[in-house]
Design a protein around this ligand. Structure first.
Ligand code: DGJ
Length: 346
């Protein structure tokens, strides 16, 4: 009887251990389209964002969406930050910039629209500079500013500094990417309003304002949105979308030897189907690009990040992160139900 009880106990211990090990392994996987939780079990709330690497840690910045509000009801609450050492386990660093519920005269009043935050570290000024697309309250969407906030620390707080109209246009610019080259020069790549041409401008050395003129990026299809840019083996790659509001459309991919172009259209890099909504490459799995993460310490390791926009319930919007593969200069992105960083070579 005693022996039977002992063997039962051993089987139970083995079972519990194997379940815990499996859970631990599962915890290390990236599961596109699933609900993602932070280390305390709360839903990760960082949409349209970016991920930077600084002093050994990754920082994820995104739009905080207020639970219960639709996009029409001004769901943006400010910018939320998370930190991780492995791109899988995310620790909440809190809000690094708030929209104001009290001060309706502020540029950052709650009923403005604060989109697509991108943070860049300036090694000369030692400041973290946060950029976002800004539609002012009650002013519609014909004019879009770039909002700029600054911090001494990657985890904020960021102080709102000013806004500017990009593209040398009185209507400003819309979706954008910030690309920092090897020598620390920062470029603003963006869709100009109102003509929807895709343009590039150099930023000042302090990154706070454009340096001067913008030029049209030859070869980028008019009204390309949601751009994400990275460089691999001397070639610039851009992942982007078309323009259909919050609705998904096919992804676009361009390559170039120069940031200003000529860019060459390389087609839609997506393959496979998102099993949660049945959408494939024709709708970018239901997503829209937000950023490309460069994985540190691995070769050719780039992650394409998309948001599944959900304008009625933006708090419930989910994320799609997938590894990018290359065939010479052409990228491809294939849907994976679950994956981990082992897909990349050391
Ligand atoms: C498309 C943009 O890419 C999104 O970030 C958002 O601004 C929507 N348009 C709003 O319609």
């Amino acid at each position: 009887m005693e022996a039977l009880r002992n063997s039962g106990l051993i089987i139970l211990i083995c079972f519990v251990t194997s379940v815990l090990m499996a859970q631990d392994e599962m915890g290390k996987s990236i599961i596109p389209g699933e609900i993602w939780l932070d280390e305390t079990g709360n839903r990760i709330n960082a949409h349209g964002g970016c991920v930077i690497f600084h002093n050994g840690l990754y920082y994820w910045y995104g739009e905080e969406k207020v639970k219960g509000l639709s996009e029409k009801e001004h769901a943006d609450g400010g910018i939320h930050c998370y930190a991780s050492n492995n791109l899988v386990d995310w620790h909440d660093q809190g809000m690094v910039l708030h929209l104001s519920r009290e001060d309706t005269l502020s540029d950052l009043s709650f009923d403005c629209n604060q989109d697509r935050p991108k943070v860049v570290y300036n090694a000369t000024t030692k400041k973290f500079v946060l950029f976002f697309k800004l539609y002012l309250r009650n002013k519609g969407t014909s004019v879009a500013y770039v909002g700029v906030a600054v911090s001494d620390s990657p985890v904020g707080p960021f102080t709102y500094s000013h806004k500017f109209l990009g593209g040398n246009s009185p209507n400003g610019t819309g979706d954008f990417a910030m690309y920092k080259d090897e020598s620390g020069i920062l470029y603003h790549l963006t869709v100009r309003k109102p003509d929807k041409a895709f343009v590039i401008g150099k930023m000042r050395d302090d990154y706070l304002l454009p340096d001067g003129k913008y030029e049209v990026c030859e070869g980028i299809t008019n009204h390309t949105e949601a751009p994400a840019v990275f460089k691999r083996e001397g070639i610039y790659h851009m992942l982007a979308s078309g323009s259909t509001g919050w609705e998904p459309n096919p992804a676009r991919n361009f390559t170039s030897e120069n940031l200003a172009g000529p860019w060459i259209y390389q087609g839609n890099p997506c393959e496979g189907v998102n099993p949660y909504n049945g959408l494939g490459k024709e709708k970018t799995y239901g997503g829209q690009s937000s950023f490309i993460i460069t994985v540190v310490g691995k070769k050719d390791a780039f992650i394409a990040c998309f948001d599944i926009n959900n304008p009625e319930h933006p708090y419930d919007s989910k994320y799609i992160w997938l590894p990018i593969e290359f065939n010479q200069i052409k990228m491809s992105i294939t849907w994976l139900d679950s994956w981990d960083l082992e897909v990349f070579q050391e």
